[in-house]
Design a binder for this molecule. Structure first.
Ligand code: TTP
Ligand code: MG
Length: 412
C-alpha cells in the first residue's frame, strides 16, 4: 500500500488588503477594501477583497462595491495593484520550494504542497508547518493559514477553519470525525444550487451526506453525487500536480456496475493500456514502472506495481505487466469498482537504446524488428484515432465500455 501522504494547503490571509496594510502602516487595524472605485456609493464593479476589520461590517469578496460603501463609508477604498500582488505571490512560491519541490499553485495566494518527502528533514509535520508559516511571515510580513492532512481535499478545508494565522492538522484517523460536523457547502462542488438540492433530501452536514446511501445519490445526481459521497468520507487521492513534465501517464475506469466478470475486467484493462500507450507515444516517452490500481466494491483501494528491466511503451507490453499486477492484487469473490493503469519512471523514448535482448513477449521475432513493426502499427492507429476518435479502432481483444453490448467475445 502507498505510504501515507502529508499535504499542506497554504492560503494567505486577506491577501491584497494585507499587502496594502503592510506597505502603508496607517492602514493597519482599519477597514480596507481593495477593488473597484466606489465613487461615493455610485461606483460599479466589485470588491476584490477586504481586510478582516472590514469583514466585521459585512463586506466580502465579489460584493458590489456600492454595497460595501454603504456598509462602511469610512473604510479605505483602494484600487487593485495586480503587479504588486503578483510579485508577492512569486516570493511566496519561492519559499514553498525551500520545503518541497512538490508545489501546486492554485491561485495567486494559495498552493498545495506535498511534504511527505521532507518530514524527516524538518522534524515532522507540525514542526515543518510552523516553520513554513514563520518563514512566510518573516520574509513577507504577511500572514498565512495552513491546513495539513493526508489529502488535498481535507487540507484545503482545514486551512480555512482558523483564519487568520491558522494551523489545523488533521491526522488520518481523524478525517471522518473532522468532516462530519461541517456544513456540506465546504466541499468543492457544492455551490448554492447543489446545497439546496441536498437540503431538500435533509442533507445539511457532511455527516448527513456520508450516511446517505451512495446508490441513491448516484441515481439522483449521477457521478457528481457519487463523487460527493466519496468526498464526504474524505476519499481524495488526487496528487499534488507540480506542472511541467508529467511524472506518470495513465488512465482509470469506473465500471458502470461493480463487476467480477474476468473477461470484462481484462478487456477494460487492455483498453486502458491502449489509451496509456497512445499518450506515451505522443509524449515520446517510455516508462520502467507499471502500476495497476484496483478499487473493490466497498471502496478499499490498493495498488500493485512492478519495475521492469526495460522501459515499456506499447499497449501489449504495458498490459502484460498490468495484468500480472491485477492477478496479484485481486481477491476472489470481491467485485471490482474501478481499475487503473499508470506508467511511471518515464524517460524520453530516444534516450533508451535497446541492448540486444528486449521484451520476452516477442521472442518469435528479432527484438529490433518486432519493436519496429509494433511501433509502425501503433503509429498508424494513432493517426486514425486522432481523426476519428478514441473508439475508432479496437484491437481484437480490446473492449470499450461504451460498446459493452456489442462486445461479448471472451478473451482468448
Ligand atoms: P482569497 O484567498 O479567497 O481571499 P483573501 O486572501 O483576501 O482572504 P482570506 O483570508 O479569506 O483567504 O483570495 C485571494 C485574493 O484573490 C484576494 O486577496 C483577492 C483576490 N480575489 C478577487 O480578486 N476576487 C474574489 O472574488 C476573490 C475571492 C479573491
Ligand atoms: Mg487567501
Amino acid at each position: 500500500m502507498a505510504e501515507e501522504r502529508v499535504i499542506i494547503h497554504v492560503d494567505m490571509d486577506a491577501f491584497f488588503a494585507a499587502i496594502e496594510q503592510r506597505d502603508n502602516p496607517p492602514l493597519r487595524g482599519r477597514p480596507v477594501v481593495v477593488g473597484a472605485d466606489p465613487q461615493g456609493g455610485k461606483g460599479r464593479g466589485v470588491v476584490s477583497t477586504c481586510s478582516y476589520e472590514a469583514r466585521e461590517y459585512g463586506i466580502h469578496s465579489a460584493q458590489p462595491i456600492s454595497r460595501a460603501y454603504r456598509l462602511c463609508p469610512d473604510a479605505v477604498f483602494l484600487p487593485v495593484d495586480g503587479e504588486k500582488y503578483g510579485r508577492e505571490s512569486r516570493r511566496i512560491r519561492h519559499i514553498f520550494r525551500e520545503f518541497t519541490p512538490q508545489v501546486q499553485p492554485i491561485s495567486i495566494d494559495e498552493a498545495f504542497l506535498d511534504v511527505t518527502g521532507s518530514l524527516r528533514l524538518f522534524g515532522g509535520k507540525r514542526a515543518l508547518a510552523r516553520k513554513l508559516q514563520r518563514r512566510i511571515e518573516q520574509e513577507t510580513h504577511l500572514t498565512a493559514s495552513l491546513g495539513v492532512a493526508p489529502c488535498k481535499l481535507v487540507a484545503k478545508i482545514a486551512s480555512d477553519l482558523e483564519k487568520p494565522r491558522g494551523l489545523v492538522i488533521v491526522e488520518p484517523e481523524e478525517i471522518e470525525a473532522f468532516l462530519r460536523p461541517l456544513p456540506v457547502k465546504v466541499l468543492p462542488g457544492v455551490g448554492p444550487r447543489m446545497r439546496q438540492s441536498l437540503a431538500r433530501l435533509g442533507i445539511r452536514t457532511i455527516a448527513h451526506l456520508a450516511d446517505y446511501p451512495r446508490e441513491s445519490l448516484r441515481e439522483r445526481f449521477g457521478d457528481h453525487g457519487e463523487n460527493l459521497w466519496s468526498k464526504a468520507h474524505g476519499i481524495d487521492e488526487s496528487p499534488v500536480a507540480t506542472g511541467g513534465e508529467a511524472k506518470s501517464i495513465g488512465h482509470e475506469h469506473t465500471f458502470g456496475t461493480d463487476t467480477d466478470n474476468w473477461p470484462e475486467v481484462r478487456a477494460t484493462l487492455m483498453w486502458l493500456c491502449e489509451k496509456t500507450a497512445r499518450r506515451l507515444r505522443k509524449a515520446e516517452k517510455r516508462g520502467f514502472t507499471v502500476t495497476t490500481k484496483i478499487r473493490f466494491e466497498d471502496f478499499t483501494t490498493l495498488t500493485r506495481q512492478q519495475t521492469l528491466e526495460f522501459p515499456v511503451r506499447e499497449a501489449t507490453e504495458i498490459y502484460a505487466a498490468a495484468v500480472r499486477n491485477l492477478q496479484e492484487g485481486y481477491e476472489a469473490g470481491r467485485k471490482l469498482r474501478l481499475i487503473g493503469v499508470t506508467v511511471s519512471g518515464l524517460i524520453g523514448a530516444r534516450e533508451w537504446k535497446p541492448k540486444g535482448r528486449q521484451s520476452s513477449l516477442f521472442e518469435h521475432a528479432p527484438a529490433e524488428a518486432s519493436d519496429d513493426i509494433h511501433r509502425r502499427i501503433a503509429r498508424a492507429e494513432d493517426a486514425v484515432k486522432d481523426r476519428f476518435g478514441e473508439d475508432a479502432l479496437r484491437r481484437g481483444a480490446s473492449y470499450s465500455p461504451q460498446r459493452r453490448a456489442e462486445n461479448k467475445r471472451e478473451e482468448p
